[in-house]
Design a protein around this ligand. Structure first.
Ligand SMILES: [Zn+2]
Length: 415
């Protein structure tokens, strides 16, 4: 793991009380002896913490570039390939952390932009960080807020410095820069934090995408300098729109920075699905083989299977949770609207092969009744099932790669 972006924390991370000098209440903090003790203590601690992140590939598919690995973080391991549910506001909507854990989810997402607006990172930091605040003691990843600033906020002004936008909460102008995004993410305390990037829309001209890609790289360098916590892994994001040469150049430049992980961003922003597969296929081989690779915002069966075949490891998507809140279930690759009359007297579970709490206990008829009555339990039960479904999909691919049956068992998703 590269060391150059793991600077000694300047504030916050190691309190004075925890340092050997501070604990003794010494006023001579700047005397040379104390300073060198502090430095020794620091570098030992940093070495200890950075070794908590590692990625080990155990099996490679003989037919494709798919791989099976384990990504180790300070809050536990993530077996890859793996789907990660989205918990934008430090919760996966309608389910408790215990219910979430039972779906097989290992790492969850939270969002920097949303948490900065509400409740604000200071409150999360005061609570002891995101894990403590939301009571999820497994790995967490925070998105940088870049995507949300570009997709959600109005009245934004983009400069090389960062993005100025109006808060949808109180109308105040907010200046989000790479440094600020990293400061917020350092305060939130997720295991994996993301670089602040410019995500161009689709369609966008080549000139626009090229400028955004170059700016994303300059911003990444600033993110690396601003990053303060060695117990958090900063992932870089490859942009480049639908232009393979821009993607390739960005991937090559990022690979040179020896980051602990890499993401492909700016896909699934409205471009046709076949373009997504092409971009991922062309970009993934440019990323270092020994680091986890995360495809942002992608979570359909076909897109995940194809991306895994290209060598991607991690995925996130709002589809399973959003569909659940619209009364829809994901079953064996299909979307079912539980409001449809065919389910009213259907007393089977959603999926008889699914081990989730919902399928083990409830019928389609009951869930259909809850959805029609707009009972909140409907959304909880569907969320539990839908997340389990997508996590299981990636788990089954993992098992298929291990037994070298990936291309045969998942052929329907790979063509
Ligand atoms: Zn189920």
């Amino acid at each position: 793991m590269g060391k150059k972006y793991f600077h000694a924390p300047r504030r916050g991370f190691i309190s004075e009380d925890a340092s050997p000098t501070g604990a003794r209440g010494s006023r001579g903090f700047l005397d040379i002896g104390a300073a060198s003790r502090f430095t020794t203590h620091h570098s030992l601690l940093i070495t200890e913490l950075t070794t908590q992140f590692s990625f080990q590939v155990s099996t490679r598919c003989s037919q494709t570039k798919a791989r099976v690995g384990v990504f180790y973080t300070p809050h536990g391991a993530v077996e890859t390939p793996r789907f990660m549910p989205v918990g934008t506001l430090a919760n996966v909507k309608t389910v408790t952390p215990t219910q979430l854990q039972e779906t097989g989810a290992q790492m969850v997402l939270a969002n920097t932009y949303h948490l900065h607006l509400q409740p604000g990172e200071r409150i999360v930091e005061k609570a002891g960080g995101l894990h403590q605040f939301m009571r999820w003691n497994q790995p967490i990843l925070t998105d940088s807020g870049g995507f949300q600033v570009f997709s959600l906020s109005e009245m934004r002004q983009i400069t090389d410095d960062g993005v100025i936008f109006r808060s949808p909460h109180d109308g105040q102008m907010i200046n989000l820069t790479p440094e600020r995004s990293i400061q917020i993410q350092n305060a939130l305390g997720a295991d994996v934090i993301m670089a602040f990037d410019e995500c161009p829309p689709y369609p966008a001209s080549r000139e626009e995408v090229e400028a955004a890609t170059q700016r994303t790289y300059r911003w990444l360098e600033r993110c690396i300098s601003a990053h303060q916590r060695p117990d958090q892994a900063l992932f870089g994001i490859v942009q480049g729109g639908v232009y393979p040469d821009l993607r390739a150049a960005a991937a090559e430049a990022l690979a040179g920075l020896d980051l602990p992980g890499y993401a492909i961003g700016g896909v699934s922003v409205g471009e046709p699905p076949e373009l997504i597969a092409k971009i991922v296929q062309a970009t993934t081989p440019m990323l270092p083989v020994d680091k986890p690779r995360y495809l942002m915002g992608v979570g359909t069966y076909k897109e995940m299977a194809q991306a895994i075949a290209s060598g991607m490891d991690l995925f996130d998507c709002v589809i399973p949770t959003r569909l659940a809140r619209h009364g829809a279930a994901l079953v064996k690759g299909e979307r079912w609207n539980l409001k449809n009359s065919q389910y009213r007297e259907d007393f089977q579970p959603l999926d008889e092969t699914c081990p989730c709490y919902t399928c083990q206990n409830f019928t389609r008829a009951y869930i259909s009744h809850l959805v029609r009555s707009q009972e909140i339990l409907a959304y909880t039960l569907l969320t539990i099932h839908n997340i389990t479904e997508l996590v299981r999909f990636t788990q089954k691919i993992r098992e298929a790669i291990i037994s070298d049956r990936f291309t045969t068992e998942f052929a329907q998703w790979l063509s």
